[in-house]
Design a protein around this ligand. Structure first.
Ligand code: BDR
Ligand code: CA
Length: 310
């Protein structure tokens, strides 16, 4: 069983990523979920996480993290995820409570005290992960991989930058430059898993409360992506991370050097991917560029069906 910490800002696609990790198809051991300021304020992301855990009957620590990025002011995306950060489905106020403490300390404690290596799975801005690496660099030895959603060869927040990286580019640079192996799901690959009408229809045929929740998420997220970007559905970006952990062979990756631009006037927050190895810098990142789309959605259906009778 692989030990994972999901660090996120739910978020429609973050929610789906958590569901994948928590399904019985998954053999991941979720040590806890940490939250970060991203799609909306961290407090809202935490409430959404608690709601998701309650729906999943998932009894694990949920620990709140950074309220703002390392250097600059917060930036949020209610136009994509709604005012609550997870608009669309109506879930009751959670009964379960947030675990005391700070996400950064939780990550450090879990990694330092684990007898097996830990995989970090960030699907929001990288503030908590960077802070943990700075506060206790010894965690590097016990992290086998950081599997993240962020970046790409183009942007969705600026022409050059993807949202998660743009919000805290300084943190992202700390992570990419940390020497921990990174596997990166950027927009090049996440835009290949768009939940179009027919995918929503397939999800709609699955009759359990988790599939109903996912369908409602996809409908809301699909609408905002249509209105904002003219897409024919919402790309379930963050879900790529946990799908990869369940079945890496779904994805095509290239091992390349990646760092993050933190100074450019037009390119701030860009992931600089050395595709042709022109810099001579050592590769540090498995960059996902391709996915077997049909196999992805088939596994996705299987995952949702696994909640039948639950
Ligand atoms: C990323 O930004 C957020 O809107 C999503 O949850 C995802 O993590 C996509 O750019
Ligand atoms: Ca996210």
């Amino acid at each position: 069983m692989r030990n994972v910490i999901l660090d996120c800002d739910p978020g429609h696609d973050d929610a789906i990523s958590i569901i994948i990790a928590a399904s019985s198809v998954s053999d991941l051991n979720i040590l806890g979920i940490t939250t970060v300021a991203g799609n909306v304020e961290v407090e809202k992301n935490t409430i959404n996480t608690l709601k998701i855990c309650e729906l999943l009957e998932l009894d694990i620590p949920v620990v709140q993290g950074a309220r703002r990025p390392l250097v600059k002011a917060s930036e949020i995306a209610p136009e994509i995820h709604g005012e609550t950060g997870m608009d669309g489905p109506e879930l009751p106020e959670p009964q379960i409570e947030v675990t005391e403490g700070h996400a950064v300390d939780f990550i450090i404690e879990q990694v330092m005290n684990s007898s097996e290596q830990v995989t970090l799975v960030p699907t929001g801005p990288l503030t908590n992960i960077a802070m943990a690496l700075i506060k206790e660099p010894r965690i590097i030895e016990n992290i086998d991989e950081i599997v993240l959603m962020g970046g790409g060869t183009f942007g969705n927040w600026t022409p050059a930058a993807e949202f998660n990286i743009f919000v805290d580019a300084e943190a992202a640079k700390v992570v990419y430059d940390s020497s921990v192996p990174v596997t990166m799901f950027g927009l090049d690959v996440t835009h290949q898993v768009i939940a179009t009408e027919d995918i929503i229809e397939r999800v709609g045929k699955i009759d359990n409360k988790i599939a109903v929740f996912v369908k409602e998420l996809l409908i809301f997220f699909g609408e905002t992506y249509k209105n904002h970007f003219g897409f024919n559905g919402g790309p379930i970006h963050d879900a790529c991370t946990t799908m990869y952990l369940l079945k890496p062979e779904l994805f095509k990756t290239e091992y390349l050097n990646v760092t993050v631009e933190t100074k450019g006037e037009y390119s701030y927050g860009m992931t600089v991917i050395d595709t042709l190895s022109v810099t001579g810098r050592e590769p540090n990142t498995n960059v996902a560029f391709g996915v077997d789309t049909e196999a992805f959605w088939t596994l996705f259906e299987e995952i949702l069906k696994s909640f039948d009778g639950g």
